[in-house]
Design a protein around this ligand. Structure first.
Ligand code: XMP
Length: 323
C-alpha cells in the first residue's frame, strides 16, 4: 500500500545506494517540489548534499528569505546562495516573447548553476556526481516524457538541460502528484509555509509581466502579489485555491481617476484557479468582498496601478500562467 512512510523509506534507501560516498547538488527554487526533493535527499545522504539557491530576482516578496532562513532551519541543509539578479535582468533586457523569456531564464539558470557547481567542486573535490531535481509526474507528462502528450510549453526544469550535462540525475518525486509531495514534505518535518506553498513557476515573475521585465516592474508586481496573497490567506482561502498568479500588463495602460486627478496606469490581473494537478483548471469563484479588498488595496498601495481585473477563463482554453 502507498504511504508517505513507505515512499520516504524506499527513496532514502535507493538514494543512499545510488550515491554511495559521492556528493550531490540540488537547486532550490523556493517551491515545494525542490524543497521536498532536497529534504528527502538530505535525509538520505546528509552533508554529502549541497543545495544551491539561485536568486534570479524574479521571486515574490519574502521568498528568498524563506529559503535562506526557514528551510535551512528545518533541515540543517548546506546552502549556497547566489545573487544573480543583475545578470538575469541584463539577459532579459528588451525581451517580450514568453518562450524567449523562458529560454533565457532557463539558460541563465543553468549557467549560474554550473558556475556554482564549479565552485562547490573546487571546494569539495570532483566527487560531486549527482544532481537532484524536483520533477513531478505532471511535469514528466506535460513535457512529452510520459504518455506522449504534446509539449505545451518548455518547462525549464525538464527539457531545458544542456546536452553535455555531466551530472547523473536524482528525481525522487518523478512518480508523485503534488498532494503526495506535500504529504511527503510534512512527514519529513518541513514547515507548513513551505509544504503548503502553492505552485510557483521556475521562471518566476518573469512570465507574469506581459511585456519587458524590468526591476521597477518587478518591484511593482511584487507589491501587488504580496497584497493578493496576504488577503487570500487572511480570508482562509489558501486551501481552496490551487494558486493565484498575479499578472502585470506592463504594455497596457488605461485611464483612471485617483487622488488629485487623471491617471494613466497599468492593469493587474488576478488569476485564481482551482485544480487537481494543473493539467486542467477552473477559475475560482472567490467571494466578492475578498476580491473587493484586494482590488482596493492594490489600487491604493501600488504605484502606477489603477485597475484590477479578474481572469474568468478555465484551462483549457487558457493556461494558468499568462505566458
Ligand atoms: P500552465 O501555465 O502551463 O501552468 O497552465 C501549469 C502549472 O505549471 C506552472 N508552470 C511552471 N512551472 N516551470 C515550472 O516549474 C515553468 O516553466 C512553468 N510554467 C508554468 C504553473 O505555475 C502552473 O502551476
Amino acid at each position: 500500500t502507498w504511504t508517505t512512510g513507505n515512499v520516504i523509506e524506499e527513496q532514502v534507501e535507493a538514494i543512499r545506494e545510488l550515491v554511495g560516498d559521492k556528493r550531490a547538488i540540488c537547486g532550490l527554487s523556493g517551491g515545494v517540489d525542490s524543497a521536498v526533493a532536497a529534504a528527502l535527499v538530505q535525509k538520505a545522504i546528509g552533508s554529502q548534499l549541497t543545495c544551491v539557491y539561485v536568486d534570479h530576482g524574479l521571486m515574490r516578496k519574502g521568498e528568498t528569505e524563506q529559503v535562506e532562513k526557514d528551510f535551512v532551519a528545518a533541515t540543517g541543509v548546506r546552502l549556497k546562495v547566489v545573487d544573480a539578479e543583475a545578470r538575469f535582468l541584463d539577459a532579459l533586457k528588451g525581451v517580450t516573447d514568453p518562450e524567449q523569456k523562458r529560454k533565457i531564464i532557463g539558460r541563465e539558470f543553468i549557467r549560474v548553476f554550473e558556475q556554482a557547481q564549479a565552485e562547490i567542486i573546487a571546494d569539495e573535490g570532483p566527487a560531486v556526481e549527482f544532481l537532484v531535481q524536483g520533477t513531478l509526474y505532471p511535469d514528466v507528462v506535460e513535457s512529452g516524457g510520459g504518455t506522449g502528450t504534446a509539449n505545451i510549453k518548455s518547462h525549464h526544469n525538464v527539457g531545458g538541460l544542456p546536452e553535455d550535462l555531466e551530472f547523473k540525475l536524482i528525481e525522487p518525486l518523478r512518480k508523485l502528484f503534488k498532494d503526495e509531495v506535500r504529504m511527503v514534505g510534512q512527514e519529513l518535518g518541513l514547515p507548513e509555509e513551505i509544504v503548503q506553498r502553492q505552485p510557483f513557476p521556475g521562471p518566476g515573475l518573469g512570465i507574469r509581466i506581459v511585456g519587458e521585465v524590468t526591476k521597477e516592474r518587478l518591484d511593482l508586481l511584487r507589491e501587488a502579489d504580496a497584497i493578493a496573497r496576504e488577503e487570500l490567506t487572511a480570508a482562509g482561502l489558501d486551501r481552496d485555491i490551487w494558486q493565484c498568479p498575479v499578472v502585470l500588463l506592463a504594455d497596457v495602460r488605461s485611464v483612471g481617476v485617483q487622488g488629485d486627478g487623471r491617471t494613466y496606469g497599468h492593469p493587474i490581473v488576478l488569476r485564481p484557479v482551482s485544480s487537481e494537478d494543473a493539467m486542467t483548471a477552473d477559475w475560482s469563484r472567490l467571494p466578492y468582498d475578498v476580491l473587493a479588498r484586494i482590488s482596493t488595496r492594490i489600487t491604493n498601495e501600488v504605484r502606477d496601478v489603477n485597475r484590477v481585473v479578474l481572469d474568468v477563463t478555465s484551462k483549457p482554453p487558457g493556461t494558468i500562467e499568462w505566458e
